[in-house]
Design a protein around this ligand. Structure first.
Ligand code: PAF
Length: 287
């Protein structure tokens, strides 16, 4: 096989670093293409998405790009974990065909045309706490969709609001990819896997478990027919508050991300976002 210019073959995986080389490699693919966009530092959560993509498609593309436009001033862009070689190895073992690792310059131009998150759904919860974050997410995901032309695109439910907004962008812009939501992967103690978990020291890790504990308690309450959002949020607050350093929100929304007063089975998401030390974690459960 003749490889595109800015690419290398790492055994079964082709790693490409710019749009033109990607297109050359992409043109050789036939059949359905599964796509898993990531910011690298791959963990079992990503591997779950990749495995599903491998099972459901003839070929699979993973992008690894720490997207600067979705980080706010003062966030962890500079220290965001980078593990390129280990990530490529993980992709290779998981059966990925192409790893797309573009440089910033090959992706962004100086005077960019911008995509903006919708004014309501994009500006509550994560959007309120991280103003501008979703503009950056939608901008990069739109670019990646256009570059990769995926049949199926895989996103984790942990970033529930991101998933809702990307689904809306697909619908609003008539994008031709199928969005596949994938279950949250947790460690044996219940902590939702995240690339940011590496920032937690032992004590912080223990405190971080209060997030999933609170969500589990909420789910038990609902199992016992307690549907009042006030009561559920109070209980969650009691569990989380003593363990964290700053609470961004505990919230209950429907699948369209409207705030609700009552839980409705099969149409509710319960979310929490909090700082443990300087690490910001989010988690949720879908009811
Ligand atoms: O969820 C992520 O890792 C990122 O927000 C994404 C979708 C790869 C865009 O940079």
């Amino acid at each position: 096989m003749i490889l595109p210019k800015n690419s290398q073959k790492v055994e079964a995986v082709i790693v490409v670093n710019d749009y033109k080389s990607f297109k050359e490699a992409r043109e050789k693919l036939s059949g359905s293409v599964g796509f898993v966009p990531t910011m690298g530092a791959l963990h079992e959560g990503h591997i779950g998405l990749i495995k599903r993509a491998v099972d459901e498609n003839e070929t699979v593309v993973v992008s690894i790009f720490v997207n600067p436009t979705q980080f706010l001033e003062g966030e962890d862009l500079d220290k965001y974990p980078k593990k390129d070689l280990a990530d490529i190895e993980i992709c290779k073992r998981a059966g990925v065909d192409i790893v797309f690792m573009p440089t910033i310059d090959s992706i962004y131009s100086k005077d960019e045309l911008k995509i903006e998150a919708p004014k309501i759904r994009g500006f509550i919860l994560e959007g309120a706490k991280r103003s501008g974050h979703f503009d950056g997410v939608l901008q990069i995901v739109m670019k990646l969709f256009n570059i990769v032309s995926p049949t199926n695109s895989y996103f984790g439910k942990k970033d529930a609001q991101q998933l809702a907004l990307i689904t809306q962008m697909k619908n609003d812009y008539f994008l031709d990819t199928n969005i596949v939501p994938c279950e949250i992967v947790r460690d044996s103690s219940g902590l939702a896997l995240s690339s940011r978990n590496v920032y937690l020291d032992t004590q912080e890790y223990k405190r971080a478990l209060s997030l999933s504990r609170a969500l589990k308690e909420a789910s038990l309450m609902i199992g016992n027919k307690e549907f009042s959002v006030d009561k559920i949020e109070d209980t969650m607050y009691e569990i989380v508050e003593p363990n964290i350093d700053k609470l961004d929100y505990i919230a209950v929304v429907d699948r369209e991300f409207n705030m609700v007063d009552e839980v409705e089975i099969n149409n509710t998401i319960i979310l929490v976002a909090a700082f443990i030390g300087t690490t910001r974690l989010i988690d949720n459960i879908w009811i």
